[in-house]
Design a protein around this ligand. Structure first.
Ligand code: GLN
Length: 483
């Protein structure tokens, strides 16, 4: 009996029918972690505590909704007593004294956090190549990137090690790796999930969310991850629906926005074909396609690469060798302590972002770059507001193509930044968006992006789940279709 490739739903059933004990599940997960160590998906494991928690569930059965479900946590979330590196050398010895709210919520629901997943350093990247702990490999091909920054989480699910993982998404870091690894992931509405205890990259864009095999599992996870949190001043106090309630609603008469300004010319024709086939699938379920216009969409990548570095340069100033993590040895002055610690502790991409951020925030350039970017951000948000007056969801491809080779884009940051062409606008506008597998190209998975209106995760989950009842792309694994 194994939990390899099983969904949360299936594991819950195995537990309730007593086909497997909690301890056997966790033992099996660690066996899978070890068998797949070549993926480099984990930075730290939590074996002893996880086994103890499982034994506890065996001895004292719990009716918590996710009791005993193994989950991998992105190494960006602070976990009390468990090393949290954020993929960086500067935090390679950091053991937080507290746990992030979202992790606490999942654990209170019964999830067992089996370890911390590898990621791009401080979540800056789209391929996992910026991690201090080495590249994560995509189970679909050893030389393929898993996407980033939540690449370790996506890789672990795609390999069938865990049914679920947490991720974070500032410009696409849940959806892009989900697309490249053939799994399902959601970036919720900004403010739905508490950011307390998440190591900040760009605070006005960062949002945590679930990654799993199916939309249905994402709904189960989202039910537990969302909460109003007074420790995060941007946390929303809106009612949190039961995200499972609308999964099976009919799509008849529902409207899908198709973005007419989207420039698909740079995409492979296979990618366009996969995308158009999915739209047809929705039409066959009764949905209607409606042209929508997002005239400022093309400005989202440049806008993001002003706003995100600006916020990161400010957020990362706290890593100075005094309070957290590494400290340079034998500095001769306070200034040298700062300079040496940061020079030694940060990788090239993080340094590049800090430089760009400091530049666009500097007195001489603030109006020309930062202020302008904020104005364009507002226009992008207004475009979406307008579009959602006439549609329920908007669909685009998630990525420009399937997974690419490790090392193939590393030398050109701009090419890497363009990876998030389709995902970034949802972060700038604060909207919920999901990626789910909708095809294979050359035996590599690829995803469809469904963007929802503000606070309307239920609609994207409904569309995603209905698609997964009609198609089996989410059932494809690197070893063939999961039975
Ligand atoms: N790839 C984007 C970046 O490098 C987005 C990363 C993210 O969402 N954390 O900034």
């Amino acid at each position: 009996m194994t939990v390899k490739y099983k969904t949360i739903k299936e594991i819950k059933k195995m537990i309730s029918q007593k086909e497997i004990s909690h301890k056997e599940i966790i033992q099996d997960v660690y066996k899978l972690v070890k068998e797949n160590s070549n993926l480099n998906a984990f930075i730290s494991l939590n074996e002893e505590k996880s086994l103890k928690k499982a034994e506890n569930f065996d001895n004292n059965p719990s009716d918590c909704s996710l009791a005993g479900i193994p989950i991998a946590q992105k190494d960006l979330f602070c976990t009390k007593g468990l090393r949290t590196t954020c993929g960086s050398k500067i935090l390679d010895n950091f053991i937080p004294p507290y746990t992030a709210t979202v992790i606490e919520n999942l654990e209170n629901a019964g999830c067992i956090s089996i370890g911390k997943t590898n990621m791009d350093e401080f979540a800056m990247g789209s391929s996992n190549e910026t991690s201090h702990f080495g590249n994560v490999h995509n189970p679909w091909g050893d030389n393929l990137v898993p996407g980033g920054s939540s690449g370790g989480s996506a890789s672990a699910i795609a390999a069938g090690i865990v049914p679920a993982a947490s991720g974070t998404d500032t410009g696409g870091s849940i959806r892009q790796p989900a697309s490249l690894c053939g799994i399902t992931g959601i970036k919720p509405t900004y403010g739905r999930v508490s950011r307390w205890g998440m190591i900040a990259f760009a605070s006005s864009l960062d949002q945590a969310g679930p990654m799993a095999r199916t939309a249905e599992d994402c709904a189960l996870l989202l039910n537990e991850m969302c909460s109003h949190d007074i420790k995060d001043t941007t946390s929303l106090d809106n009612e949190i629906p039961n995200f499972e309630d609308n999964l099976n609603n009919s799509l008849k008469g529902k409207k899908i926005g198709v973005v007419k300004d989207l420039d698909l010319s740079s995409l492979d024709k296979d990618v366009i074909e996969v995308y158009e086939n999915s739209l047809k699938e929705f039409v066959s379920m009764g949905a209607e396609l409606v042209d929508v216009s997002l005239p400022n969409l093309a400005l989202s990548v440049p806008t993001y690469y002003v706003v995100a570095p600006a916020e990161c340069s400010s957020n990362l100033s706290r890593f100075d060798g005094v309070k957290f993590g590494r400290r340079s040895k034998n500095p001769k002055s306070l200034e040298e302590l700062y300079v040496q610690t940061r020079s030694e502790g940060f990788g090239d991409e993080v340094k590049r972002r800090i430089l760009i951020g400091s530049y666009v925030l500097s007195a001489g350039y603030y109006d020309a770059y930062y202020k302008k970017a904020q104005q364009v951000r507002r226009l992008i948000k207004q475009d979406f507001d307008e579009a959602f007056l006439s549609v329920n969801v908007i669909m685009t491809p998630t990525t420009r193509g399937p997974a690419f080779d490790i090392g193939s884009k590393g030398s050109d940051p701009i090419q890497m930044y363009l990876e998030d062409l389709f995902t970034i606008s949802a972060n700038l506008a604060g909207l919920p968006a999901m990626s789910l597998p909708n095809g294979n190209i050359d035996n590599k998975p690829i995803g469809l992006q469904i963007i929802g209106n503000f606070l309307d995760e239920s609609s994207i989950l409904n569309f995603g789940h209905m698609y997964q009842t009609k198609t089996n792309w989410h059932m494809f694994s690197p070893e063939g279709v999961i039975q």
